[in-house]
Write a protein that binds this ligand. Structure first.
Ligand code: GLP
Length: 231
C-alpha cells in the first residue's frame, strides 16, 4: 500500500482527482468504479475543475440503498448522476447494483458478470465508514464476498442520517459490491479524512480481522491511501 499523507481534505481531493485521471488513462476504455458520500464530492468537483473528459463508456457504483426509488435525491443512483455524470457532462452508462438491469435474484449475479465482461475496472474510488464499512461491507463481511444484499448496522444508519430528514427515513438494507468484487479492480484509491475515521483506519491496519473489512484490501497490488490523519 502506498500512503499519501496530505495536509487537509482539499489537498487530498486534488491529489485523488489527479491520480484518478492518471490511473483511468492507463486503461482509457475500461470502466471506472465510483463511490458516494461527502468525501467523494470533493473529488468529482476537482475532476470537473480539471475539465476531465472521460473516454470510458461505463462506470460501476459500489453500492445502493434498498427501499427508496431510483429518482429519490438520496439514492446513490441520483447522487452519482448529479455529482459525476451531470457535473462532467458525461453521457456514459452508470451501472448501479440493485437498479435497472440489476434487480431481483438474478440481478446481482448479472451485475458481477457485467463487471467481468466490461472490466477490469481501471480505478476504484473508496471511502471508509466511521464503523469501518467499505462500500456497504459492514464489519463481519467475509473477505471473499461478492455483490449481495446487506443489512445496515445502526452506526451506519446513524452516520448517514445526516443526508436524510430523519433517521427513520434511512433504509435498513442496501446492495453492495463484495470485498472480493472490489479487489478485482486494477487500482484502488482509498480516501480517509477527519479524526472520526481514525479509529476505523487504525484498527484495519493494526488489528486486521473480519471486523475490519478494509483489511481484505490491504494486500491489493495497487492500493493508494490518501489521508490527512497521522497513522
Ligand atoms: C456511505 C457509503 C460508503 C462511504 C461512506 C463514507 O456509507 N456507502 O461507500 O465510504 O458512506 O462516506 P462519507 O464520505 O460521507 O464519510
Amino acid at each position: 500500500m502506498k500512503i499519501e499523507k496530505v495536509q487537509n481534505k482539499h489537498l487530498g481531493s486534488e491529489l485523488a482527482a489527479e491520480l484518478f485521471i492518471e490511473k483511468s488513462n492507463r486503461f482509457p476504455k475500461n470502466p471506472v468504479g465510483l463511490a458516494t458520500g461527502e468525501t467523494m464530492r470533493g473529488v468529482y468537483e476537482e475532476l470537473a475543475k480539471r475539465n476531465f473528459k472521460p473516454e470510458f463508456e461505463d462506470a460501476f457504483a459500489l453500492d445502493e440503498y434498498q427501499g427508496i426509488s431510483k429518482e429519490s435525491p438520496n439514492s446513490y443512483w441520483s447522487e452519482l448522476d448529479q455529482n459525476f455524470s451531470q457535473l462532467l457532462s458525461w453521457g456514459g452508462k452508470l451501472h448501479v447494483p440493485g437498479r435497472d438491469d440489476y434487480q431481483g435474484e438474478h440481478g446481482l449475479g448479472d451485475f458481477e458478470n457485467a463487471i467481468s465482461e466490461k472490466g477490469p475496472i481501471s480505478v476504484q474510488l473508496l471511502g471508509l465508514g466511521t464503523n469501518g464499512h467499505v462500500a456497504f461491507n459492514e464489519p463481519g463481511s467475509e473477505f471473499d464476498s461478492l455483490t449481495r444484499v446487506i443489512e445496515l448496522h445502526s452506526e451506519t444508519r446513524l452516520a448517514n442520517s445526516r443526508f436524510f430528514s430523519s433517521i427513520d427515513e434511512v433504509p435498513k438494507s442496501a446492495v453492495t459490491q463484495g470485498l472480493a468484487t472490489i479487489a478485482k479492480a486494477e487500482s484502488l484509491l482509498l480516501l480517509v479524512f477527519g479524526d472520526a475515521k481514525k479509529e476505523a483506519l487504525v484498527s484495519a491496519l493494526e488489528n486486521p480481522s473480519e471486523n475490519t473489512p478494509l483489511a481484505s484490501l490491504l494486500d491489493h497490488k495497487d492500493l493508494t491511501l490518501i489521508t490527512d490523519l497521522e497513522i
